[in-house]
Design a protein around this ligand. Structure first.
Ligand SMILES: [Zn+2]
Length: 269
């Protein structure tokens, strides 16, 4: 296992990247990494994520209480949001929060990233819903986020920014890059008259590729994300909603056969 100091260095590196890529301004954004069920590393509040060194990084417990922080540093004010992801998704090892300009513009306009327009975005993300607005640093954000956690690895935060999570820090950061790239392409293609979307068959083939790759995380290729009314693009029957249709067809047959028998008994045949 990678040692703690190496992970702190990696958090600083990811901080630099989100800052240099226009994904955060000033002191915005936060990053966390799970060490074990009781120990998590996180970025401090009130510092630019582009200029951190390992001694900036704080350590908290599963409730977000400080275990270790150097003088002058306090854990991110958004730590509750991170802890809710870890609580509900035991498969997650890292969480990244940023305000990338294109993705955040969609979050402000109230438009989810739900149009299937390019293979990588469909395979990596499926789609990115918008978690309803919550006041930063309160439990409103984690509470509004919660219903999306079983189905997605990335969400937009309404009028705020984006949140991604994955098995490890690099994967969670890459997910943030993917979200922003997808948002940028969607924005630009809208400027060019509107994207040409994939059809149901094309989506099904991409979902099949994802299933064959055995990628970790939650994705409509493996789940029926519309089951609980959680908004997403219309995947047709490409996701496991399609599989769920089968028993319905069987039910219809059963109903037809019972109806026939009843009619026969009533002499209505
Ligand atoms: Zn934020």
């Amino acid at each position: 296992m990678v040692n703690e100091f190496e992970i702190k260095k990696m958090i600083c590196e990811v901080g630099k990247r989100i800052y240099n890529r226009n994904m955060v301004a000033a002191n915005d954004g936060n990053i966390s990494v799970k060490l074990n069920d009781n120990e998590y590393l996180c970025t401090p509040t009130g510092v630019s994520k582009g200029f951190m060194t390992p001694e900036y990084i704080c350590k908290v417990d599963a409730k977000g209480n400080v275990i270790q922080a150097n003088p002058g540093f306090r854990p991110s004010s958004e730590i509750k949001m991170h802890m809710r992801v870890y609580e509900k998704r035991p498969d997650v090892g890292a969480v990244v929060h940023a305000h990338p300009t294109f993705a955040t513009s969609f979050a402000i306009a109230g438009i989810p990233l739900s149009q299937p327009i390019m293979p990588e975005a469909v395979i990596a993300l499926g789609c990115v819903p918008i978690a309803e607005y919550g006041t930063p640093s309160t439990v409103e954000i984690p509470d509004n986020l919660e219903k999306y956690l079983p189905y997605y690895d990335a969400v937009l935060l309404e009028n705020h920014g984006a949140l991604t999570w994955s098995t490890d820090l690099m994967a969670a950061y890459m997910k943030m890059e993917s979200v922003e790239f997808y948002a940028e392409l969607l924005y630009k293609s809208k400027m060019l008259g509107g994207p040409k979307e994939f059809d149901k068959e094309q989506i099904a083939k991409l979902y099949e590729i994802r299933r064959k790759m055995g990628l970790p995380g939650k994705h409509p290729a493996n789940l029926c994300q519309n089951k609980d009314g959680v908004n997403c693009h219309n995947c047709g029957a490409s996701c496991s909603c399609g599989a769920a249709e089968e028993p319905k067809a069987a039910d219809a047959e059963l109903v037809a056969s019972i109806t026939k028998q009843v009619m026969a008994q009533l002499g209505l045949k």
